[in-house]
Design a protein around this ligand. Structure first.
Ligand SMILES: [Zn+2]
Length: 132
């Protein structure tokens, strides 16, 4: 697990900007700092704790409708606007689509029909190569 950014002041910030921002608060030999020298439990200007973002964290929006319109998402530093991390939607494999359709049918049996149109699209995707 690796820290790739921090969240404070309601935005993401790169390590460089975070270190610059909180430099004066660094304890010289404080044990309570992370690997970048940022104090644990330091507060931002809104009185909220500064949180590290790890490379294993899910920061991206994973809603299916959103992903379709935004196949590539960026985490951008609120200070220097450097791109911190990029998330690219990968094409679902036929197996993943079948799993998804399976879930959608189960949801439908439980009375939740919301996922059926998307499931139908996936069936059409899978069927397509056989229609030639
Ligand atoms: Zn930055």
């Amino acid at each position: 697990m690796r820290t790739i950014a921090y969240t404070y002041d309601a935005d993401y910030h790169c390590i460089k900007c975070t270190v610059k921002q909180f430099q004066q608060s660094f304890g010289m030999w404080s044990l309570d700092v992370d690997e970048h020298g940022v104090l644990h439990e330091i507060e931002d200007s809104e009185g909220n704790f500064v949180h590290p973002v790890f490379d294993t964290d899910e920061w991206q929006e994973l809603d299916n409708g959103f992903l379709e319109e935004n196949p590539i998402q960026y985490m951008v530093c609120g200070d220097c606007h450097e791109i911190i991390d990029t998330y690219e939607t990968k094409e679902m494999t036929p197996y993943e689509k079948l799993e998804w359709i399976h879930c959608a049918i189960q949801e439908a049996l439980n009375g939740n029909l919301g996922e059926l149109p998307r499931a139908l699209e996936m069936v059409e995707d899978i069927r397509e190569p056989y229609l030639k």
